[in-house]
Ligand binder design. Structure first.
Ligand code: BDP
Length: 647
């Protein structure tokens, strides 16, 4: 059915207004994809590695290690990329290293990339934690601050200086966290010579996961033509069975360019097309993007092919970039979260990028295993606690219909000095990087700007008002939240969010051992928050540690029985409140994960419902039963997935 013309015009105007907001973002960060005009060379595998163990960690810079092969500077070891370096060796000094480490890899660049000067060569690092400096053949090509987002540099000119096409990439990475990094940290020097040796220092952090470091995501060398598609923004909507895809394409390297945009369905049929840098594609009989377990065909993606033609006096350029597009809407009322105008209840998990040996390094077997576990569990969503996850993971979410709350690395903002302008400006910049990278993922339905900041501190009001407003300005199509743990009456950020997200650990950090207080305390908490802010609420964390295989009944803390009974008490209240304003529950945590050493952690945090090796604890079965029941209750579960699930 076609939309009435007036409605089409109004919607198109709204979509364009939203795209205009995207103009605040300068420059694109499209995921590198191969096409008829683009090639990608992945540089994963073995790199050489050297930690700068000098007392001030500056020897590498003082001696300019980047000017020669790293092995000529001193002893090097093998290091896999992507991976955290911490757990790769038997050396405790590497595991706990703080400061600059150096990576190097040599490669041969294909001859036609060198010969053909109309090709643009780009070096891209998926993420490296935390500060990075990059050289190609000894020439500094870029540097980047921040551990969880990609950065790139054009390197064609540098590579072409050496006609043999040999190329040495050196990346120095420093994991030091300061009061102004995100997440913040602090280096403390211990000067009492009766207790600590000369030069002894520790890295203080205010978050509960190991500060893994190194090159965590793939390093790629990819090509585009000199005139190229730099960025694409899509905003989607629908009315009846007509889908609307508003798009905006920005081009670099050409003063004028012709653009053809085609939307292709899963069968390969063109369903809409348009010309020019912006427009609205209308899709008849649209297949909407639906979350997992809400539709028989979740995660439907169209392919949007953007084809650029440009010419200068010497050459003609063709660039092709294909973006997966899911057509869906997101809206929030005072009591509901709506996806495609239908109430959506988050029954999901909080995760970490964390596993044995590779730490936070991207690992395909782990990613696929985790998605199989999410589906087994009947989870329809997760939060990227406490930092942006790999793009490859978000692509999986798009394809499988797993809904994502996309969180910035704003975790552990606890020190008043981390609320100043330097920190604030960096936080705003990181939100720009995050929105730029993730704005086109249909699975991403909400931005989370921070986790459990000290939001009762006076400067938190201005700080979070500013970060939340900026995020909303960057992307008016998605709600914005931050994750609270402090008392609702004192919480400075809560007035500005669209959805209240609450973490609490009743019968664990408060009233340990007393599961009988959970229902009363949780009920009071919810009613207070909702009465004050009239917003929907997500229980964004709850849980208890369970050391796998430890059993005591009646339950005591740290046993599998205790973890189960905590969950069951929380679930009683969730069931009362979800008919009112509770719109989701996310267990803490999907899997056990590594932390710094401390008296409350037994080789890491054990609040996983799966072990770190992804084996279920007793609580996983409780949650599986519940999530499939919840999915069934929505009445939209496709027949083939009805509980008991066939997976
Ligand atoms: C929450 C934090 C999370 C911790 C969890 C815990 O948001 O990062 O891991 O507590 O203590 O408050 O297990």
């Amino acid at each position: 059915m076609c939309l009435p013309v007036r409605e089409q015009v109004l919607r198109a105007l709204w979509l364009f207004a939203v795209l205009d907001a995207g103009l605040l973002l300068d420059g694109g960060m499209l995921y590198p994809r191969e096409s008829s005009s683009r090639e990608v060379k992945e540089l994963s595998g073995l790199w050489v590695f050297r930690a700068d163990r000098s007392p001030n960690r500056k020897q590498g810079f003082d001696e300019a290690w980047y000017k020669q092969r790293l092995e000529e500077t001193g002893p090097v070891i093998d290091m896999p990329v992507p991976a955290s370096y911490n757990d790769i060796t038997q050396d405790p000094a590497i595991r706990d290293f703080i400061g600059w480490v150096w990576y190097e890899r040599e490669l041969v660049v294909p001859a036609h990339w060198i010969r053909d000067e109309t090709i643009r060569l780009v070096l891209r690092v998926g993420s490296a934690h935390y500060n990075s400096v990059v050289w190609v053949n000894g020439v500094n090509v870029t540097q980047h601050e921040g551990g969880h987002l990609p950065f790139e540099a054009e390197v064609g000119d540098v590579i072409r200086k050496d006609p043999t096409g040999s190329c040495r990439i050196t990346i120095a990475v420093n994991n030091t966290l300061t009061l102004h990094t995100l997440p913040p940290g602090n280096i403390q020097y211990m000067n009492d010579r009766t207790r600590y040796p000369i030069g002894f220092f520790v890295q203080s952090i205010y978050f509960d996961f190991f500060n893994y470091a190194g090159i965590h995501r793939p390093v790629l060398l990819y090509t585009t033509p000199k005139a190229y598609v730099d960025d694409i923004t899509v905003v989607t909507d629908f009315s009846d069975n007509t889908g609307l895809v508003s798009y905006k394409v920005s081009v670099k390297g050409a003063v004028t360019a012709a653009l053809k945009v085609t939307l292709i369905d899963k069968q390969g049929h063109c369903v809409a097309s348009s010309n020019g840098p912006f427009g609205v594609l209308k899709v008849q009989d649209v297949n909407l993007w639906w979350p997992y377990l809400t539709h028989e065909n979740p995660g439907y993606l169209y392919s949007m092919e953007v084809r650029l033609s440009a010419a200068d006096e010497k050459t003609t350029y063709e660039d092709v970039y294909t973006l997966p597009v899911g057509i869906r809407t997101v809206n929030v009322t005072s009591t509901q979260f709506l996806i495609n105008n239908k109430p959506f209840y988050f029954h999901g998990v909080n995760k970490h990028e964390d596993s044995d040996i590779r730490g936070k390094g991207l690992d395909w077997p782990l990613i696929v295993k985790d998605f199989n576990l999410l589906k087994w569990l009947g989870a329809n969503s997760f939060r990227t606690s406490h930092y942006p996850y790999a793009e490859e993971i978000l692509q999986m979410c798009d394809r499988h219909g797993i809904v994502v709350i996309d969180e910035s690395p704003g975790v552990g903002i606890k020190d008043i000095r981390s609320f100043g302008n330097v920190s604030l400006n960096h936080h705003l910049f990181v939100m720009e990087e995050l929105v730029r990278r993730d704005k086109n993922h249909p699975s991403v339905v909400m931005w989370s700007v921070a986790n459990e900041p000290a939001s009762e501190m006076p400067p938190a009001d201005y700080y979070f008002k500013t970060v939340i407003k900026h995020t909303r300005d960057l992307d008016p199509t998605r709600p914005v939240t931050f994750i609270s743990s402090s008392n609702f009456a004192r919480d400075k950020g809560a007035p500005y969010v669209d959805v209240i997200c609450i973490n609490n650990y009743f019968s664990w950090y408060h009233d340990p051992g007393h599961v009988e207080v959970i229902t009363l305390q949780l009920n009071t908490e919810y009613d207070n928050w909702h009465e004050k802010y009239k917003r929907p609420i997500i229980q964004s964390e709850y849980g208890a540690d369970a050391v796998p295989g430890v059993h005591v009944d009646p339950p005591v803390m740290f046993t599998e029985e205790y973890q189960k009974v905590v969950l069951q008490n929380y679930h009683k209240v969730f069931d009362q409140k979800r008919s009112q304003y509770l719109i989701g529950e996310l267990i803490w945590n999907f899997a056990d994960f590594m932390t710094t050493q401390g008296v409350t952690r037994v080789v890491g945090n054990k609040k996983g419902i799966f072990t770190r090796q992804r084996q279920p604890k007793a609580a996983a079965f409780i949650l599986k039963e519940r999530y499939w029941r919840l999915a069934n209750e929505t009445g939209r579960l496709p027949l083939w997935t009805k509980y008991p699930c066939p997976l």
